[in-house]
Ligand binder design. Structure first.
Ligand SMILES: Cc1ncc(COP(=O)(O)O)c(C=O)c1O
Length: 368
């Protein structure tokens, strides 16, 4: 297995815990344990009694029952809980693929969605989202990427890093294509429920058929990355069993305190969503104003969901720009090169409460 460095994670490792303003985070604002427990009467007392032994490998029944409420048809035995979404991505790729399989992956994207497939021996074709089309994917291109050994399509909507939300007709067409061609569809839905207009929310892939696997996590929309609780939901028993079996070689089971806290979070997820999407909406107003003041310097495709956008610097080199910005002003933006983007984009995070002072610092930096 050959896994090159995860560029984005290495960049964050350098700056995340020593920079004042993180203006490129993908997760929504978090909270202390105390505030999460306060969402539910009696939860603080129950938390003290959490048993610190091994937990059920598939995830606690109570947590899986809460996770099922995200879906229309999924039963607890169709949910497999992991340590973050990252573990689930890793196990899926090794469960589903073998050497010389071909997979089609939404691009640009979260590196492990393509990289772990490559490490599992797959030939990866990138399916490009284009800024000039509002970051849409072209279904004709998907048809052209198809080969006789294609095993899966991997999509991410709402999308990291562009905030693109696939229109329902396109989403249905991708599912139909996967079903007709007997492909797996791995649907990274870690930003689901953060749509600015809830009416635009797509059905979860796992509810559509047993060709699909939905990926979820507490980190992003719900702002609880420190729990490290992610999951897959699928009606595909073969994939489920293979992933469950591989998990015995990675984490065996999940952290008991985290499972309890995740259960409380998922039971109260509507309140977390309201809080976090509220922060994002306020921040979007600040960014709309900022980009209209600096239209000559940046291009701005407004996201439709999630806690990120992928604007473009129109003058100069974005890597140098981000480097000077973090060193001189203590504001972190993420250059698009971390996504192998060569067109001067950068990732902007919209989920943090301190976005307004961070933007003020950015603007002071620009004025110098
Ligand atoms: C699209 C996408 N999938 C999966 C993950 C992994 O989530 P976690 O770090 O919570 O495991 C991320 C994290 O940034 C992501 O953006």
């Amino acid at each position: 297995m050959n896994l090159p460095p995860f560029k984005l994670e290495r960049y964050f490792a350098k700056y995340e815990f020593n920079t004042q303003y993180l203006l490129c985070s993908s997760d929504a604002e978090s909270m202390p344990i105390m505030d999460l427990l306060a969402l539910e009467k009696g939860a603080a007392e129950k938390f003290q009694q959490v048993w610190l032994g091994y937990t059920e490998s598939h995830g606690s029944p109570a947590l899986r029952a809460e996770i099922c409420k995200l879906y229309e048809t999924i039963q607890p035995e169709e949910v497999l809980v992991h340590t973050g979404a990252e573990e689930a991505i890793f196990l899926f790729m090794f469960a589903a693929f073998k050497e010389y399989d071909h997979v089609i992956v939404h691009s640009p994207g979260y590196q492990s969605l393509a990289e772990v497939a490559r490490a599992a021996g797959c030939d990866v074709s990138l399916w490009p989202a284009r800024e000039e089309n509002g970051w849409a994917l072209d279904l004709d291109e998907l048809r052209h990427l198809m080969r006789s050994n294609t095993k899966a399509i991997i999509i991410n909507t709402p999308h990291n890093p562009t905030g693109y939300l696939m229109p329902r007709a396109d989403y249905e067409a991708v599912h139909k294509f996967a079903q007709e061609k007997k492909l797996l569809l791995f649907s990274d839905e870690v930003y689901r429920e953060s749509e600015y207009d809830p009416a635009t929310r797509l059905p979860a892939a796992c509810d559509i058929g047993d060709h699909a696997i939905s990926l979820g996590v507490t980190s992003k929309t719900y702002g609880l990355a420190g729990l490290r609780i992610g999951w897959i939901a699928t009606k595909n028993k073969t994939i489920y069993e293979k992933m469950a079996s591989l998990k015995d070689y990675t984490t065996i089971c999940n952290s008991a305190p985290s499972e309890f806290l995740a259960e409380v979070a998922m039971r109260n997820r509507h309140r977390l969503v309201e809080r976090n999407v509220g922060i994002i909406q306020e921040n979007l107003k600040v960014m709309d104003d900022f980009f209209s003041r600096h239209a000559g310097l940046f291009s701005w495709v407004r996201p439709q969901a999630g806690s990120m956008a992928f604007p473009r610097l129109l003058k100069g080199n974005v890597e140098e720009f981000c480097d000077r910005l973090v060193k001189k002003a203590g504001v972190l933006l993420l250059p698009g090169s971390m996504y192998d983007d060569s067109r001067n984009h950068f990732r902007l995070g919209l989920g943090r409460k301190n976005l307004p002072p961070a933007v003020k610092k950015l603007e002071e930096f620009l004025s110098k």
